[in-house]
Design a protein around this ligand. Structure first.
Ligand code: IMP
Ligand code: MG
Length: 178
């Protein structure tokens, strides 16, 4: 499919399933090399990262643990940037190597707040892995250890990312048509 209709907007293909799969595998291998013998804890930020995490972690062929957390900072097509808590982290992360898995870093507000909250719990190492980064929109200093794609500052949907709750099940990534 070259174009899709989600809710009330048309989106056109921007990253294909094959392109995603190839890049996700590359990043997973890079992570596996860096984190061999460590038993990292992957902290997956729901909802958007569920597809990415499922693909990425099945390519990560070393012992690891996975935890799913929830934060909230985004509504419709505009970031509100108000993360207050990280919900659902049951493991003690003190002294652990923690890798945050996120779908997209847009303004960076969400990730910066999540790292702040997790850092306060004294992990030995805290890394950031994001499927997508919008470099032109980042407003905070962030050390992003692993990124699959840098994309322009346009609204996208698919592969876990939604437009008003819809479109998460699209297997590729689509950009909104003006
Ligand atoms: P940030 O706090 O501005 O970096 O926004 C991060 C969150 O906003 C991500 O976890 C996504 O859920 C959401 N988001 C940012 N850009 C997009 C987009 O283009 N499509 C769908 N969701 C987005
Ligand atoms: Mg998200």
């Amino acid at each position: 499919m070259d174009t899709v209709f989600v809710k009330d907007k048309t989106f056109s293909i921007s990253i294909t399933q094959d392109e995603i799969a190839e890049r996700v595998q590359t990043i997973a291998r890079e992570m596996a090399q860096d984190l061999e013998g460590i038993n990292p804890l992957f902290v997956v930020i729901l909802n958007g990262s569920f597809v990415f995490a499922a693909d990425l972690l099945r390519e990560f062929n070393h012992p690891c643990e996975v935890s799913f957390v929830r934060v909230s900072s985004y509504e419709g097509m505009q970031s509100t940037g108000t993360v207050t808590e990280v919900l659902g982290l049951t493991q003690d992360i003190k002294g652990r190597t923690v890798v945050i898995i996120e779908d997209i870093i847009d303004s960076g507000t969400t990730m910066s707040r999540v790292t702040e909250i997790l850092k306060a719990q004294s992990p030995a190492d805290l890394r950031i892995c994001s499927l997508l980064v919008k470099p032109d929109n980042i407003k905070v200093a962030l050390d992003i250890d692993y990124r699959c794609f840098e994309i322009p500052n346009d609204f996208i949907v698919g592969y876990g990312l939604d437009y008003d709750g819809l479109g998460r099940n699209l297997p590729a990534i689509y950009t909104v048509c003006e």
